[in-house]
Design a protein around this ligand. Structure first.
Ligand SMILES: NC(=O)C1=CN([C@@H]2O[C@H](COP(=O)(O)OP(=O)(O)OC[C@H]3O[C@@H](n4cnc5c(N)ncnc54)[C@H](OP(=O)(O)O)[C@@H]3O)[C@@H](O)[C@H]2O)C=CC1
Ligand SMILES: Nc1nc(O)c(N)c(N[C@@H]2O[C@H](COP(=O)(O)O)[C@@H](O)[C@H]2O)n1
Length: 282
């Protein structure tokens, strides 16, 4: 029997206004790192940022520990959200630690309506093999084969198990500017590439590195949907806590949610909202 149950009509009504619209997005401007670049209408997909957190804002017990926070009702909600997105995206850290399935098991999901799994993995850390859960599900016709977002000319050779989505990155500049081996891709480049592949909506599930980065991009993220589980995971966990911002030389909040709505799903609470300035209307 499936562990995913249909949501109630009231649950569906609660989520409705945060789902990707069929209409295209309006023109937006990104001003995250001091630079301003206009995002043209329809240039990037609708972006939903969603994850499950403890009361101390942890998403896992420890780095490397797959941790269940969502109860049955919020797990069903996550699968309902997956049904409504063209793609599900996670980072290399999550893919390596969780070995996620990244498919949709909501009642009525078919192979055609399965979301496209996407793994941002510039250093090819995730081992694409027939034993990876996402690949197993694809082989069983229960999901799609993953796309690996990698740096141009740096991806692993493609095979039937996965496809590369290559992003142009100035490797020379990166190598001279950083002594670490990290390779940073621009989110707009990643999202533009996914849009060019026909993805009109992307559900970004984590992990912490990706969530912390995207919480600082209010003009890229369209909706935020957080499951809050009634537990404290404790110190040493994997923390969602984006960098505080600075305005006029003073430290200020990292991010705000506006247009917020809350609803209880089983023992968990689901918080929906949109990134932006502090909401003064409520
Ligand atoms: N409770 C929940 O809802 C969820 C919990 N989790 C948990 O989160 C943890 C993983 O989090 P974390 O370790 O932060 O890993 P992430 O999944 O956030 O992956 C981070 C890695 O992805 C790559 N990456 C991310 N952004 C970029 C970018 N802009 N350009 C290039 N590469 C990028 C980098 O790979 P590289 O290091 O190779 O350069 C980076 O280190 C796990 O414990 C997992 O269980 C995950 C999802 C949801
Ligand atoms: N919504 C949610 N609740 C939790 O308790 C979680 N641990 C996660 N993790 C995310 O879900 C992915 C695993 O899902 P499947 O294997 O596809 O069922 C995992 O990779 C995280 O992104 N999410």
């Amino acid at each position: 029997m499936s562990d995913i149950s249909p949501l109630s009509e009231d649950d569906l009504a609660f989520l409705a206004s945060y789902l990707p619209p069929s209409a295209q997005r309006v023109t937006k401007t990104q001003e995250s790192d001091g630079t301003t670049s206009t995002i043209k209408e329809g240039e990037i997909p609708f972006v939903t940022l969603t994850y499950a957190s403890s009361l101390d804002s942890m998403i896992a017990l420890a780095p490397g520990a797959r941790t269940t926070l969502s109860g049955p009702e919020t797990k069903s909600m996550t699968h309902y959200l997956r049904l409504h997105h063209d793609a599900i995206l996670v980072g290399a850290g999550t893919a390596v630690v969780d070995d996620p399935g990244l498919n949709c098991r909501y009642p009525g999901a078919t192979l055609q309506t399965q979301p496209q799994p996407v793994i941002v993995d510039p250093r090819c850390r995730f081992e694409v093999s027939s034993s990876a859960k996402v690949c197993q599900l694809a082989a069983d016709g229960k999901g799609k084969a993953p796309w690996i977002v990698c740096v141009e000319d740096n991806g692993k050779p493609e095979n039937d198990l996965a496809r590369n989505i290559s992003i142009k990155t100035d490797m020379a500049a990166l190598q001279s500017s950083s002594d670490s081996q990290q390779i940073s891709m621009q989110w707009l480049d990643i999202l533009r590439a996914l849009k060019a592949e026909g993805m009109n909506s992307v559900m970004i599930e984590g992990g912490a590195t990706i969530i912390n980065a995207l919480l600082l991009l209010p003009n890229v993220v369209d909706a935020v949907i957080v499951t809050i589980a009634p537990t404290w995971l404790g110190r040493g966990g994997v923390n969602v806590s984006p960098a505080a911002q600075s305005r006029g030389g003073e430290s200020t909040n990292a991010a705000w949610l506006r247009q917020t709505s809350w609803r209880q799903f089983g023992n968990d609470v689901v918080l929906c909202g949109r990134l932006g300035d502090r909401d003064t209307t409520t």
